[in-house]
Write a protein that binds this ligand. Sequence first.
Ligand SMILES: Cc1cc2nc3c(=O)[nH]c(=O)nc-3n(C[C@H](O)[C@H](O)[C@H](O)COP(=O)(O)OP(=O)(O)OC[C@H]3O[C@@H](n4cnc5c(N)ncnc54)[C@H](O)[C@@H]3O)c2cc1C
Length: 443
Amino acid sequence: MFVNVDAVHDSPDFPTQVDVVIIGAGIVGTSAAYELARQGISVALLEKGLIGCEQSSRNWGWVRQQNRDMFELPLAMYSLDRWEAFSGEIGRDVGFRRSGIVYTTDSQASMSKWEAWGKQAREQGFISHVIGAEEAGKRAPGTTSCWIGGVWSPSDGRAEPAMACAAIATGARELGAYVHQNCAVRGLEQHGGRISGVWTERGLVRTSTVVCAGGAWSSRFCRRHGIELPSANIMGTALQTTAAPEVTPGCLTTPNIALRRRLDGSYTLAMPGRGRVEISPQGLRYATKFYGAYRSKLAKKLQIRVSSSFFRGPEAAGSWQFDQISPFEQQRILDPEPDMALARASLAALHKEYPALSGVHIARAWAGMIDTTPDMVPVISAIDAIPGFIVAAGFSGHGFGIGPGAGRLVTDLVTGSVPVVDPAPYHIERFSDGSRIRQPEMM
Ligand SMILES: Cc1cc2nc3c(=O)[nH]c(=O)nc-3n(C[C@H](O)[C@H](O)[C@H](O)COP(=O)(O)OP(=O)(O)OC[C@H]3O[C@@H](n4cnc5c(N)ncnc54)[C@H](O)[C@@H]3O)c2cc1C
């Protein structure tokens, strides 16, 4: 079992009543708990496994504004400021470093896209630089490739997935939030048409507001309550190398590899765009909503297969009672087997690209289930049918970077304050109001 997260102590007492319950302690749930606690709101953060044990500790650790869907850019820009502030506020390192991101390419089409994207981004106040062949070579020295250019975003950064959620959850607990691990939320208790509590494996917690930040499990949780959250889980594989000389101080993507320098002197390495979709009842249920996404170039490198996901886990069918063991306790940590052929291919591509790294090996590889929406923009939305219920899920492979902003937006939805960014693009009803589902725009 792959668990690579800093340990967090649970709160000494288990609450019977709070203002807000948050389901799931990934980057979104921990950030929301922290922001709510900072505003003096009583909040319980309940996690079925360990803090940050699913996607939020398995990602590449890129914290970027570059190449975002324009709808997400304001949230990404706000999030970078929160990433920068966290360590000082909490007194614990979340591993954030503003060390810049470089993408290189051998395709004129990519260059044109970056030019067009950069113009729109500048209107929102984000500056990145499209660079020519010479500068691309300088920003990523030592490779065997000759790129025609790239794009460089110096204000982007990286953070350490193994450290971030643990630090933020600890910060939330120190501000008064209840934090409990190995505590699955089985379902919502409703009274008079609105939320009156949650059923957990330790009993009922009374509350008027619940935030579902359950990552890959959110859609199944919502379905149990009659809410449709179209989601497809895509399995991504990544690896950590052994310690290696520095070839980039931050994050670098070439057409074949995505590389992040880690604080411990190794790299997190993966192949961009590669992953696996497992056929499942949930996938079949929402297949038509994903028609545009499957046709886009983003889906071209995905493998499709049938596996145990059909019968077990977040995408399986079947209901449960709240006084019985739920699917969330049956799989405390979603820990798919990594695709080792893909991991080895990533390492071979790294060796080819960087001869200076030819002595570097795979220290460990892992996989994570990426909860993806049809337009690859998350849902951060109140649910009109269940007053008091808010969903923050579907971060589609890029939620680590915007998790802190999402946590703040959730807080604004809870308190009714002026939202930090316009929440309209994140409303869940875009998938059911008859409007055309947008093709994914993230690059
Ligand atoms: C291989 C890979 C690479 C990625 N790279 C990047 C990257 O470089 N940059 C980036 O921005 N994003 C990246 N991502 C995406 C990013 O990791 C996710 O979008 C983000 O972590 C989602 O955070 P979350 O809090 O929504 O979900 P999660 O981190 O999955 O957290 C959800 C939590 O909810 C818990 N939970 C679920 N149901 C219940 C329940 N009923 N009761 C209690 N607890 C429950 C789960 O156990 C889990 O801990 C990557 C993802 C993967 C897998």
